[in-house]
Design a protein around this ligand. Structure first.
Ligand code: PGA
Length: 265
């Protein structure tokens, strides 16, 4: 795939259509029934045709949140099995997520890479499973602090993309989230120059003829909140955010959605 991409590389600045802006809330393992239903009901759907809003509650609450959320807010799983069905205790298939109202699924989040030793190969298998179930994967990539200090951030992200993307990716069937691991849940955001450089790097990587990489949405994640959303969303090639902590508060999350709508205008 990488060879293919290298051979057919072209200039993304030639393309005119902007990627969709996406604000996705990753609720992680938080909230019980009442909290989650109230939170889902309080999310503002996007009022802009180029901006999508997604929430990713914990697995047991997906079907209830599917009913509680307003129309126009999309639902995502936080992970899926690489298998379609069978003897895989504790796992849920991509098809099960779709059956419970999901249109998207987060794949390769750094917490799963760390807590469950997920490799790029496994993540690739999950990408395939999501594709087969017609779910849109939000593929998470990002370097650790040590990797950044060693000057390896771009190489790490390049390897993650190369080893986990599947053939036939298009802006309609895939979203990428760049999340520097050291910025997740720490209150520390990457600085604007580093975000700009990495998103530019990912954009360059994505340019291939099978999928118009210039139009694929690349989200930033890592301590995005109302106070920094406007600045981060104004950076070139940042097409939205994957938001953890701040997505657990409806007012904060809705403020970030408004920032994305303003950035899309
Ligand atoms: P955070 O999490 O916004 O709490 O840093 C982001 C994420 O893990 O997706």
């Amino acid at each position: 795939m990488r060879t293919h991409y290298k051979n057919k590389k072209r200039n993304w600045k030639e393309t005119v259509l902007a990627p969709r802006k996406i604000i996705a809330g990753n609720w992680k393992m938080n909230g019980l029934t009442q909290d989650n239903l109230s939170l889902a009901a309080a999310i503002s759907p996007s009022s802009h045709p180029q901006v999508d809003v997604i929430i990713a509650p914990a697995m047991p609450y997906l079907s209830q949140c599917a009913l509680a959320k307003p129309d126009g807010v999309y639902l995502a799983g936080q992970d899926c099995s690489p298998h379609s069905h069978g003897a895989h205790t504790g796992d849920a298939s991509a098809q099960m997520l779709a059956d419970n109202g999901c249109s998207h699924v987060i794949i390769g989040h750094s917490e799963r890479r760390q807590d469950h030793s997920e490799s790029n190969g496994l993540i690739r298998a999950k990408m395939r499973a999501a594709r087969d179930a017609k779910l849109i994967p939000i593929l998470c990539v990002g370097e650790t602090e040590k990797e950044r200090e060693m000057g390896r951030a771009q190489k790490v992200v390049e390897d993650q993309l190369t080893e986990s993307m599947v053939e036939g990716c298009t802006p309609e069937n895939m979203i990428i989230a760049y999340e520097p691991v050291w910025a997740i849940g720490t209150g520390r955001t990457a600085n604007a120059n580093d975000i700009r450089a990495m998103h530019h790097f990912i954009r360059d990587f994505l340019i291939w003829p099978l999928a118009d990489g210039a139009q694929m949405s690349i989200l930033y994640g890592g301590s995005m909140k109302p106070s920094n959303a406007e600045e981060i969303l104004s950076i070139e090639n940042v097409d939205g955010g994957l938001i953890g902590g701040a997505s657990l508060d409806a007012q904060s999350f809705n403020t970030i959605i408004q920032a994305a709508i303003a950035a899309a205008k």
